[in-house]
Design a protein around this ligand. Sequence first.
Ligand SMILES: *Cc1c(COP(=O)(O)O)cnc(C)c1O
Length: 480
Amino acid sequence: MRSHLLNGLTAEHYRRSVTEGVERVAAKLATTDRPFTGVTVDALAPVVDAIDLDRPLGDTAAVLDELEDVYLRDAVYFHHPRYLAHLNCPVVIPAVLAEAVLCAVNSSLDTWDQSAGGTLIERKLIDWTAARIGLGPAADGVFTSGGTQSNLQALLLAREEAKADSLARLRIFTSEAGHFSVRKSATLLGLGPDAVVALPVDRDQRMQTVALARELERCASEDLVPMAVVATAGTTDFGSIDPLPEIAALCAQYGVWMHVDAAYGCGLLASLKHRDRIEGIEHADSVTVDYHKSFFQPVSSSAVLVRDAATLRHATYHAEYLNPRRMVHERIPNQVDKSLQTTRRFDALKLWMTLRTMGADGIGQLFDEVCDLAREGWRLLAADPRYDVVVEPSLSTLVFRYIPADVTDPAEIDRANLYARKALFASGDAVVAGTKVAGRHYLKFTLLNPETRTADIAAVLDLIAGHAEQYLGESLDRAS
Ligand SMILES: *Cc1c(COP(=O)(O)O)cnc(C)c1O
């Protein structure tokens, strides 16, 4: 059994095993012709169920053979140009290499004595990101597991800074198109059920700052405490970017914590062409960035940044065995002092190796390409009488709905769109997402693959129309 432990004696076994696994994945990537096989839960569940976990196979090749059946064959592949669904990106090779390195060394970034250089690498990347945002000389931050955790931590800091005598009086303002993790965070932070106020959006799905101003004024008159404004730089559905400069001005006027959720829009920080779209982010008190969305990094890779390093003390707790208070005076950098997590992956290495191999411009160029692709897709949709498209993209998403010429019942159109999405998924030809706009069902492309061509978008639109028409045809048959 010791032959399975990674150490100096097993280095050769490690090399062979990992190479064998890499070979399988490489072969898979070279041959997948669809993003998905269309497998159903009912078909796949028995295959996984049948595995007896108490009877190991012992041998790498056998385990990889089995993995083909339980996972690799039917996985959803984000690298495929017709995977157009969620905020998942194809990943860059330097980051995949880094993943292999970081899990083999297995540093834990909670304390210096478990990571050494890893801590310094993470800190340098935090400084780099903060500088790209423009947060100023006192900025700091920490890597997190994702945007959800980053938002939670940012709001924890905001809550502590707000110093209200009753949590029930605290209010968080975000737009209707803001991320649901804001609500989840408010609950976890013990705020009241009315704590999160979802402000209306304009036609471009951006927060209406007139409404924000009104609400902040109302807080004052009703003895409520505005705890934070969460501006979204890249809403999950539309990629819309809230008017950051106006929001910053209001936050300054009312003395409110400004959090910018740039989980998606952070790719603009590296952009060569569209950096101006997140102008105003530099005013934030805290920022969420998901490198695993628009920096083409493998899950997880994310961070929360703050303008004032001192605010991170609200996440600081000391344990004698781990990070005793005296270490702060000895200037030993323990990242756990800034994090909600204790044991923590060295995810930062992925971004490090990416920047050292490709540079930020390399990432920015890829992100620019998908933003440009979205614009092309928007032109296609806007010119196509079969479709209604919601907003011109600020980033790389398109929200649209199939609208047959001869059907007027919106509920029937809803069903046709829902059916088309399901049928497409079952076919495996492409994967698209869906959402609701003003109560109606829409379809969504999230374009994060620079390999996707305008022709792919056109082809998938034809597939969707085909499925929707088939549904409506059958529905007509049922009626007659
Ligand atoms: C994806 C997303 C999140 C959540 O990030 P995770 O990494 O999935 O936890 C938060 N906010 C926005 C705007 C997002 O798009």
